[in-house]
Design a protein around this ligand. Structure first.
Ligand code: SAM
Ligand code: SF4
Ligand code: SF4
Length: 369
């Protein structure tokens, strides 16, 4: 059988530019005037789950070649790059993966990142997305290290269905314990992400809403996305957010809420009885590229400007070749200023989308969600 592989080193390039060095000014705009504000850092490409929509077991099996430890950015390398991103205007850092809590001593990295300050002297919004399986035992140490908040992924409350979706026999109760522990130590507000696949777990939408309503946890429904090339995505399995809202509204009336910020990916809805809010992330049916301020740093130090990018910029080689901070900061500025990525918008408009849809793309577990 031919094995599908993640396009990694072959498509990425070491940044080369000619031009004056650019000192960070705290504001960097891309080709469509989108500032650089958020950085997602993937700290491992490994995971203890095999979610069917992300790391299907048929592809990510025992022969799958995960990255060797020497390929991973060290905590010092991540912190150095992160400080330069912050100098360019990044205010929010999210650690992701793979499963970030599998990275050994992740608390040390959090401790380093928590010390970074924006050019105005503010602390960062430092958060992490996890499948929750190790959260009950790690919540306290994560909080003590300086993590601000946490987002937990949970696709169903029905234990049989959940085990089938994570395909690694993890129980719902493990994740619920993790969420409770995050609350207890003050990693709040805890957000819960549910990826909705029509015909697989859409019957769990209302039970999930009922479970988290009034608890302070913000439940967010994510449209199943065509990330990577291994999950066999098809549009028929996407349940549009509008339908999620309609289904919940039938049981618990909802009212639209204002966005917290222009770059917020989730649309907010409040329960009319005042018992909290939910969010919908309509990555497929309502592109939010025009306000996309996110950069992604892969596990091995490649910078991706879009979740659907097929190539990254190899910052690790720059670091390991001895580039100084001024040169790296300049490279980041040149890369961001040239950014024209807007995959979802193009796909939605039909123009150029067919070409974008057929280019190779990196896997979500490698680039981070
Ligand atoms: N392992 C961690 C977790 O599951 O929370 C962090 C990494 S995971 C790649 C980040 C987020 O991406 C999760 O909330 C996951 O549900 C979401 N995700 C993965 N594949 C997806 C897909 N095909 N469509 C939509 N969301 C997806
Ligand atoms: Fe692992 Fe997260 Fe992907 Fe599931 S969504 S396989 S938990 S990285
Ligand atoms: Fe941002 Fe790319 Fe997603 Fe558009 S498709 S919102 S540019 S990550």
């Amino acid at each position: 059988m031919s094995r599908r592989v993640i396009p990694v080193a072959d498509v990425s390039a070491v940044p080369v530019f000619s031009g004056p060095l650019q000192t960070p000014s705290g504001v960097l705009s891309d080709a469509f005037a989108r500032p650089l504000r958020d950085l997602r850092i993937s700290v491992t490409d490994r995971c203890n789950f095999r979610c069917v929509y992300c790391m299907p077991r048929a592809v990510f099996d025992k022969d799958y070649a995960f990255l060797p430890h020497s390929a991973l950015l060290s905590f010092e390398e991540i912190t150095r790059l992160a400080s330069l991103f912050v100098a360019h205007g990044v205010e929010k850092i999210r650690l992701t993966g793979g499963e970030p809590l599998l990275r050994k001593n992740i608390e040390f990295l959090i401790d380093h990142l928590a010390r970074l300050k924006t050019p105005e002297g503010r602390p960062l919004d430092l958060t992490l997305t996890t499948n929750g399986s190790l959260l009950a035992r790690k919540a306290r140490s994560l909080k003590d290290a300086g993590l601000t908040r946490v987002t937990v992924s949970l696709d169903a409350l029905d234990d049989t269905l959940f085990r089938r979706m994570n395909d690694a026999d993890f129980a719902v109760d493990d994740v619920l314990e993790g969420i409770a522990a995050a609350h207890a130590v003050g990693l709040a507000p805890v957000k819960v992400n549910m990826v909705v696949k029509r015909g697989t777990n859409d019957m769990e939408i209302v039970p999930m809403a009922r479970h988290f309503k009034g608890t302070g946890t913000v439940l967010r429904f994510i449209e199943y996305m065509d990330v990577g090339t291994s999950n066999g995505w098809n549009m028929a399995e996407v349940l549009p957010s509008a339908e999620v809202i309609a289904r919940i509204d039938e049981h618990f009336p909802l009212v639209p809420l204002e966005a917290h910020s222009a770059s917020e990916t989730a649309q907010r809805w409040g329960y009319a009885d005042g018992s909290g809010e939910i969010g919908v992330i309509s990555s497929v049916t309502r592109a939010f590229c025009t306000s996309c301020t996110r950069a992604r740093l892969s596990t091995e130090g490649k910078l991706y400007l879009c979740l659907f990018a097929s190539a990254g910029h190899d910052l690790r080689t720059l670091l390991r070749n001895g580039a100084d901070d001024a040169a790296i900061a300049s490279a980041l500025a040149h890369i961001w200023q040239a950014r024209t990525d807007r995959y979802s918008q193009l796909r939605g408009s039909g123009a150029d989308a067919s070409q974008a849809a057929h280019e190779p793309r990196v896997e979500m577990s490698y680039i981070g969600g």
